[in-house]
Design a protein around this ligand. Structure first.
Ligand code: FES
Ligand SMILES: [Fe+2]
Length: 443
């Protein structure tokens, strides 16, 4: 494979500062992703909390493939290709609860363990239908942090190997105890990677989310970890709640009010990463922490107040060292199509997928997860929007990100544009992502 539709010879490849635009806009590239990327990678299908009872199922759609995740037993969650073994009707859609997997065309049925339950007039086939050949087949399935992952490649390595080093960095976070605070899916007017990358670098904050700068020192660094990548605040960055060094603003003597204001803003404009409980805990800072406390001390106290509230509620709180919190406090891109932002009691996560073979659209899932007391888990309500403008509850931050997307996708098609030029410092993870991606797609 030498080149794709843009006509750029692949020797230009991906450099630290150069990503050929064909990756985002070419139909041929999208077709190659469908053929060579999606069938070969570990990807999140759902969370275990979505199939709590035997018979609960969720379907996961990816690039013409549909996969059923179903709970077949107390500790037995399985994945099947969502297709009838008679003449290929899709077995089900969406999510729900059932005792049998049933085909609505001629009525063939399967048990939850994948064995055949009924073939109408089976004697017509004589001995040509063996039980074994009727059994539903599926991709590989594995579990981590409460998520159900699938991989259609029979030769795929273990999920935990793929997640290295992320799984070990997050290991004490008890992610499996988190539950959905909200779950929204939206069709966005851009390539799935354009959407994902809008959430995988901090360089755009100074322009796109300028209102954060009084509370967030936004200069970031970016790192690669195998196929994965992160961006983070490098040593020397001011701590959470301090103004960006880009602003000509003196460091306040008392940072408590500005941390409170920042948490207020995140609660109002995002409703994720910072749990409602952490937001409430931040309001204690002004009364319960002395004005002379060091910046680090204020943040440590805030963590303590949050933990105290979580334990009092019955939610529990992970036992994390200061080093573990600092290490995980990054924006993590998990190859190929997930981004995670973690706090000890909450996560904001994203998943991007192609939509209808169209390189100019994607399906984007946004998950706000929180660690709740078992009796306080809110009911799961999955919201879906065909157009982000149909919903006015995104909050300012996501809305600001969404406003860029259609113009990025259209802009990249211009004859005046050859390649994306990510910052070799702040957007390094993007280059690494595309190098890995091209190794799948171009062989
Ligand atoms: S296609 Fe499913 S029973 Fe015929
Ligand atoms: Fe953003």
């Amino acid at each position: 494979m030498t080149h794709v539709q843009s006509g750029l010879p692949d020797q230009y490849g991906v450099r630290e500062d150069y990503i050929p635009k064909d990756s985002y806009i070419s139909r041929e590239f999208a077709a190659l992703e469908k053929q060579r990327l999606w069938p070969r990678v570990w990807q999140i299908a759902c969370r275990l909390e979505e199939v709590p009872k035997i018979g609960d199922y969720v379907t996961y759609e990816i690039a013409d493939e549909s996969i059923i995740i179903v709970r077949a037993g107390e500790d037995d969650v399985r994945a099947y290709y969502n297709v009838c073994q008679h003449r290929g009707r899709k077995l089900t859609n969406g999510c729900g609860h059932t005792n049998k997997l049933f085909c609505r065309y001629h009525g063939w049925r399967w048990n939850l363990d994948g064995t055949s339950d009924a073939v109408i007039d089976r004697e017509d086939w004589g001995d040509r239908l063996s039980d074994e050949s009727l059994r539903l087949t599926g991709p590989k399935i594995d579990f981590w942090g409460g998520w159900v992952f699938i991989n259609m490649d029979e030769n795929a390595g273990p999920l935990l190997d793929h997640l290295h080093p992320i799984a070990s960095i997050f290991k004490n976070y008890e992610l499996e105890k988190m539950r959905y605070r909200w779950y929204k899916s939206v069709v966005l007017p851009c390539n799935w990677k354009v959407a994902l990358e809008a959430f995988n670098e901090g360089y755009h904050v100074q322009t796109t989310h300028r209102q954060l700068l009084p509370y967030y020192d936004d200069a970031t660094a970016s790192e690669e970890h195998g196929p994965h990548g992160t961006f983070f605040s490098p040593p020397g960055t001011r701590l959470t709640g301090a103004p960006s060094r880009r602003l000509d603003v003196a460091m306040p003597n008392d940072l408590r009010p500005s941390i409170v204001a920042y948490f207020d803003m995140l609660e109002r404009d995002l409703k994720a990463i910072v749990s409602e409980r952490a937001h409430r805990a931040s309001q204690r800072l002004v009364n319960d922490v002395p004005p002379g406390a060091s910046h680090m001390d204020i943040l440590i106290q805030l963590g303590g107040f949050t933990a105290e509230a979580a334990i009092a509620e019955g939610a529990g709180f992970p036992a994390l060292t200061h080093e573990e919190i600092v290490r995980a406090w990054q924006d993590w891109h998990v190859f190929p199509n997930h981004v995670f932002l973690l706090a000890p009691d909450a996560i904001l996560a994203y998943r991007a997928r192609p939509w209808k073979d169209d390189p100019d659209q994607c399906l984007f899932d946004i998950w706000s997860l929180v660690r709740y007391a078992p009796d306080q888990v809110p009911p799961l309500n999955r919201e879906f929007y065909e157009n982000w403008q149909d919903h006015d509850g995104w909050g300012l931050i996501l809305e600001q990100d969404f406003r860029n997307l259609a113009d990025i996708q259209q802009g990249m098609k211009s004859r005046g544009f050859k390649a994306a030029r990510p910052s070799p410092v702040q957007e390094r993870a993007l280059s690494n992502f595309h190098r890995t991606l091209r190794s799948y797609v171009l062989g």
